[in-house]
Design a protein around this ligand. Sequence first.
Ligand code: NDP
Length: 342
Amino acid sequence: MTMSEADDLVLLSVDEVFDLSLRVLEGAGLGRPHAEAVARTLAASQRDECHSHGLHRLPGCVMTVTAEKFARDAEPEVADAAPALVRVDAGYGYSLLAFERGLPLLVEKARRGGVAAMAISNCFHFSALWPEVEALTDQGLAALVMTPSHAWVAPAGGRKGLLGTNPIAFGWPRPGGHPYVFDFATSAVARSDLALHKAAGKPIPEGWGVDGDGNPTTDAATALEGAMLTFGGHKGSALSTMIELMAGALIGERTSLDSMAFDEGLKLAPCHGELVLAFDPVVMSGGDPAEGIVRAEALFAGFAAQGARLPSERRYAARARSLAEGVSISRALHERIVALLP
Ligand code: NDP
C-alpha cells in the first residue's frame, strides 16, 4: 500500500465500529435494543470483511429508520405458535431484534423436537444471513435461513422484475472449529454491483441482466432499468421462487413484489418476512450424532485434500485479522458516517 492510499483509509477496532454505528443509529432515533442489534451485525460484517453489509450499509439503515413506515421502538412479539413453530411479529422494526428475541424458544423447540421453525413477520430487512446461521450453529444446531427482498429479478425466460435477490444461508456445526456456512443471494450478483459498473461505465458480463424486452445485455444501466437475473439459469430461478413461497406465502407474508409495492418508491430496506429453520443433530440422528459428525468431517477433509476451500473460510480468516489488527474503511465512507452523528 502506498502512503497516499494509507492516508485515504481510517483504521478502526471492531468495538469502535460497533460504537460508531450505535451512536449514529440512536442519534437517528432508533430505540436502544434495535440500535444495539443492528450495530452488532454491522460490526460483525465489517469484521468479516463483508463490506457490502458493514458500515457501508449504515447510511441506508438511517434512511429507513427515519421513514414514517418504520417503527423505531417496535417491540417484537414472540408467540409459541405450535410445538415446532415460533412466530415473531417484528412490528415494522428491523428483523434483527425480532430474531434475537425469538432465538431462545426456537433453540428449545429444536432440541425437543429435532426440527423447529421461526417465522418472522413485518420486518424491515437489510442484513446478511450468516450471523443468524452462526447464532444457531453456536448452539450445536444445523440451520437454514431465507428471506425475500424487492422484485428486481426476472424469472428464467422472463423480462421483468418478479423475484427478489432472495438470499439463502445454511450452517452446520463442527466440533472444535468454525461451522460450515454458506450465505448467498440467488441473483447472479448484488444489485450494488450493477450500480458500481454503471458508475464506472464498465460493461457487465452476460447473465447478470436483461433489457426491458428480455434480451441479454452487457450494459449495466440497461439491466438496472430492465431486470436482473438469478444465478444458474432455471435452477436459480426455481430456488428463488421457493424462497418467495417458503419465507413469503407459507408464513402469510409479503413476496418481493408485495414488498416493492409497500415501499412506494421510497427506496427503504425491503419489508417482508423471514424463515429460520433449526435442526438438532442429536435428535435427528436418533440420539447418537457421532457417526454423522465423522461423515461430515470426512466430507470437509475431501475439500482440503483437493485444494478446494469451504465457503466462509475467507470470512473466518478476515475475522481473525480484524480482531488482531482492526478494520480499514475509506476516509470518504468514514466522513459520510461521522456526518450522520447528531
Ligand atoms: P458471494 O457470492 O460473495 O458469496 C457467497 C458465499 O459463497 C459465501 O458464503 C462465500 O464464502 C462463498 N464463496 C465465495 N467464493 C467461494 C469459493 N471460491 N469457494 C467456496 N465458497 C465461496 O455472496 P452474494 O454476493 O451472493 O451475497 C452476499 C451477502 O449479501 C450474503 O451475506 C447475503 O445474505 C446478503 N444479501 C442480503 C439480502 C437481503 O435482502 N437481506 C439480499 C441479497 C444478499 P466467503 O464469505 O468465505 O467468501
